[in-house]
Design a protein around this ligand. Structure first.
Ligand code: G6P
Length: 609
């Protein structure tokens, strides 16, 4: 959600913080701020983009310690006052925070009674005053005051805090919101993810839940809130700076759409044994028998990952004949689900940090289920808390609207379905055909990307539409949902995805000459049914755009516009059909002047419930 950056070393902190905030801006972008420490504590913060904050900073800022934050508002509107960092009454402690302090109202009332006044409406401001109050009441050092304050807090946090009273340190703590420390030479970096760190160092320490770190120029100590020192492993980041830059593309989203041939290939590299038609997935090796014998697989996810979960349901039931249910993580965790010991819970998350998905995972494990994860971010909380897992190797995804993560997730789900299917019902010949077809996908994706110019023209025609309907059947039904979600997220056009046959039970009432209807109508066993649905739309004057298989002549007669995808096996079709819909949404959004990479009100990683 919000982004955190910190620096302690010998260099000027402000440029490092601003560069880090720009890299983090995809996580939150309604306001930003920094606090720097050079004997005195100085805070600069304001509503708006990081570039606005940068403009407002003095040309030189002589401080080598600082913290910075880019915000996605939860409590309190986005304005200058509610922007982080927040400071204590005396102005000598500054704090930034990701997450939500749930008992902030009670703490605030108590602190007001003790004479504290609050400037804004955020939950975060309460925490900095609480630290100040404890430091006043208890004879202790800064670190102890922070730890004692955190003991009183209920909720999720990733915090960074500095004070002019103990000016040579940064204290950070994590409970529910990720934080990592980058290790340089005589300097340390802090990030809520690796993006503000990777241009400086690849050596990192991931903080775990309930940990506090005290960082000085000479080193760092990690402890529990109870003050017990912990040994920490140093990890190596798996990606470099080039992967988090736009590389000549106008937007991250476009770059990520065009990266899909590689993302798909990287997600299956070394995992598919073509000759045997078998699949090697090291991350689930120790649990493969449990998975194979699962009575049921329950998939929990949010957003786009939930859509790939729907494709996963079709894939696993189709290829491995194991019953699958797909749940919104947010519903699963609160509805007292029935989970047996033979059930496997599969959580899917690009970021590996989505609060509801994480909570669903914890709930499932607490009830005895084996948990399998599919994540993109290496070392993320979900990846670390699952019993076994498969990484998608899509590379960092910065655009808020998920694209390459989706196709990489579906690729990995296809590998999983094939691995399980091989151990259950699939014949050698079927498995080989499937494995070979998987390997052909990156080239087929390239052929779709080559049609970008045609999709630009289509976007031009429909950019002013008020509504869109996306319809698909079978494997293309989740793609219809995903196509509609992409358009909604970035262009703010209302769009709905529906199973094509369900159209008759409601959406058909909306169809008139102003309604574009995108049919995902590739050649499979329901093709003729979907052709009938197209006729139904046409006879009500709806404008039909079809995503159809190369060489399908019949569709030309019915659809006003056709975008072609190469032929593949029906279970793999979503990896192809999703792509023109991503491009269509992208170009429409650009033509409407929308901020594609940072759409209003959204966040890349939703770490609050
Ligand atoms: C947010 C993002 C979506 C994403 C969803 C789930 O809503 O804007 O793009 O699909 O979270 O995120 P996850 O990281 O768990 O896949």
């Amino acid at each position: 959600m919000c982004g955190i950056v910190g620096y302690i070393g010998a260099k000027p902190a402000a440029p490092i913080l601003i560069e880090g905030l720009k890299r983090l801006e995809y996580r939150g972008y309604d306001s930003a701020g920094i606090a720097v420490l050079n004997g005195v504590l100085t805070v600069f913060k304001q509503k708006g983009k990081v570039s606005d904050l940068e403009q407002a900073l003095p040309k030189t800022l002589d401080a080598a310690i600082g913290i910075g934050h880019t915000r996605w508002a939860t409590h309190g509107i986005p304005n200058d006052i509610n922007a982080h960092p927040h400071t204590s009454s005396a102005g000598d402690i500054a704090l930034i925070h990701n997450g939500i302090i749930e008992n902030y109202a009670a703490i605030r009332t108590e602190l007001q009674r003790k004479g504290h006044t609050f400037k804004g409406e955020t939950d975060t401001e309460v925490l900095v005053h609480l630290i100040e109050e404890i430091w006043k009441e208890v004879e202790c050092d800064f670190e102890t005051a922070v730890r004692l304050a955190l003991k009183e807090v209920v909720g999720a946090y990733g915090i960074c805090v500095i004070s002019s009273r103990e000016p040579d340190k940064i204290i950070v703590a994590r409970n529910g919101s990720p934080l990592l420390i980058g290790i340089g030479e005589g300097e340390y970096f802090i990030g809520s993810d690796a993006s503000p760190i990777v241009s400086h160092t690849r050596k990192v320490v991931y903080l775990s839940e309930g940990e506090v770190a005290i960082i000085t120029r000479d080193g760092y100590t990690v402890k529990t809130i109870e003050n017990i020192e912990l040994p920490k492993q140093i990890d190596e980041l798996t990606f470099g700076i080039a992967e988090i830059e736009k590389g000549g593309f106008e937007h991250f989203m476009l770059k990520e759409i065009f990266e899909q041939p590689d993302a798909i290939l990287n997600s299956m590299r070394g995992r598919v044994l073509l000759e045997e038609g078998s699949i090697k997935l090291g991350g689930i090796r120790d649990h493969i028998e449990t998975l194979r014998n699962a009575k049921r697989i329950i998939i929990c996810a949010c957003g786009t990952s939930w859509h790939s979960g729907l494709v996963g349901e079709y894939l696993i039931e189709d290829l491995a004949r194991i019953p699958v249910e797909v749940e919104y993580a947010s519903e699963f965790r609160y509805r007292n689900p029935i989970i047996g010991k033979d059930d496997v819970v599969l959580v899917i998350s690009q970021s590996g940090e989505t609060a509801d998905t994480l909570a669903a995972l914890r709930e499932a494990r607490a009830r005895g289920a084996v948990a399998l994860g599919i994540c993109n971010v290496v070392g993320s909380t979900i990846a670390r808390e699952t019993d076994c897992g498969i990484y998608t190797h899509a590379g960092p995804e910065i655009g808020v609207a998920s694209t390459k993560a989706f196709t990489a997730q579906v690729t990995v789900l296809a590998l999983l379905a094939l691995a399980l299917g091989r151990r259950r019902t699939l014949s050698d010949a079927e498995a080989k055909t499937f494995a070979n077809e998987l390997y052909n996908l990156p080239n087929k994706v390239r052929r779709i990307l080559d049609q970008n110019d045609a999709i630009v023209k289509l976007a031009e025609i429909f950019k002013d539409a008020k509504n869109f309907l996306y319809l698909g059947r079978g494997y293309n039904f989740p793609v219809a949902l995903e196509g509609a979600l992409k358009l909604k997220e970035i262009s703010y056009i209302h769009a709905e995805g529906y199973p094509a046959a369900e159209m008759k039970h409601g959406p058909i009432a909306l169809i008139d000459e102003n309604m574009p209807v995108v049919f995902i109508a590739t050649r499979d066993n329901s093709y003729h049914k979907i052709i009938s649905n197209i006729e139904e739309v046409r006879s009500r004057k709806g404008r039909v755009i079809a995503i159809a298989t190369e060489g399908d002549a019949e569709i030309e007669r019915l659809a006003e516009f056709v975008i072609r995808v190469p032929e593949t096996l029906p279970p793999l079709v979503p990896i192809l059909t999703a792509i023109p819909l991503q491009l269509l949404a992208y170009h429409i959004a650009v033509m409407r002047g929308c901020n594609v990479d940072q759409p209003r009100n959204l966040a890349k990683s939703v770490t609050v419930e």
